[in-house]
Design a protein around this ligand. Structure first.
Ligand SMILES: Nc1ncnc2c1ncn2[C@@H]1O[C@H](COP(=O)(O)OP(=O)(O)OP(=O)(O)O)[C@@H](O)[C@H]1O
Length: 261
């Protein structure tokens, strides 16, 4: 049977001591979508993301990724299957250039194997050339050509976020989990970031699952938007509908959603 979901969360629960952070939560992220996850502080969004990304085991429930049960898999195993997470704080190698940061993110690094490189120098050279070309394409795609030889540590917060997005493009990612990508990014670069996420989605077919506190960014990027409260999904739909649902706005957001509209 055809499965249109990239990620399925099925009846997931997770407690910390006596506190139920995620409670019998089920939701789906459709293939090819940019799905948003919003909710008040403490709603369980980060805990759920950690479970989906393999850094936390749920007490109950399952995570299905592209039709396969991946509940017990570790982050690097999920990475190999095409699920990647970017962090609120970008994880660049500050003493390497922007271009080199992209090159080291390529999924296969035959250069790492001494045995292979000793006996197969041509293969390594070809691979390096190919990776370099791919990294230059990604730099072009993200309009970062002017900083490609700059040390990543010298880039602005927003440029580092763009670079992190670029690192996902150097792998065979199918789904990218974005964790508060707008945090610390100025308005101009935020536009670049948003348009690149949209282009990666439309032109390259990436599925995105996005936690974000910036409601304007959620409204611009995401459809559908899933609302979480008290550890579970309480609503789902276009941001417009969520904003116009007085019960949700009043019960869970106060004036925050209205202020952003
Ligand atoms: N490692 C942990 N140990 C104990 N309690 C935790 C842990 N991680 C999260 N919690 C608690 O679980 C609940 C859900 O937290 P979580 O960070 O998942 O919410 P959130 O929706 O991401 O909130 P925010 O928007 O503030 O980041 C909170 O009450 C939090 O204090």
């Amino acid at each position: 049977m055809k499965n249109d979901n990239m990620i399925e969360v099925k009846g997931v629960s997770k407690s910390f001591g006596g506190l139920k952070a995620v409670s019998d939560c089920s939701l789906q992220v459709e293939k090819g979508s940019i799905t948003g996850l919003i909710g008040p502080n403490g709603a369980g969004k980060t805990t759920l993301f950690n479970i989906v990304a393999g850094t936390l085991m749920p007490d109950q429930g399952q995570i299905i990724f592209d039709g396969e049960d991946v509940t017990a898999l570790k982050p690097h195993e999920l990475h190999a299957k095409g699920m990647l997470r970017t962090f609120q704080i970008a994880h660049e190698f500050s003493a390497m250039t922007a271009l080199e940061n992209l090159m080291v993110a390529a999924s296969e690094q035959p250069g790492e194997s001494l045995f292979q490189s000793w006996f197969n120098i041509k293969h390594v050279t070809d691979f390096d050339l190919e990776v370099r070309k791919m990294a230059l394409d990604v730099i072009d795609f993200l309009h970062l050509g002017h900083v490609k030889n700059e040390l990543a540590g010298n880039l602005s917060g927003g440029q580092k976020k763009l670079l992190e997005l670029g690192r996902t493009m150097m792998t065979d990612a199918k789904a990218v989990l974005l964790d508060e990508v707008a945090a610390g990014v100025n308005k101009t670069l935020l536009k670049d970031l948003a348009s690149n996420i949209q282009r990666m989605n439309r032109e390259l077919g990436y599925t995105f699952f996005v936690i974000e506190h910036d409601m304007d960014l959620i409204a611009e990027l995401c459809d559908p938007v899933i609302v979480m409260a008290q550890g579970t999904k309480i609503a789902e739909g276009p941001m417009e509908d969520i904003r116009n649902n007085p019960e949700i706005v009043e019960a869970y957001f106060g004036t925050a959603v209205e202020a952003a509209s």
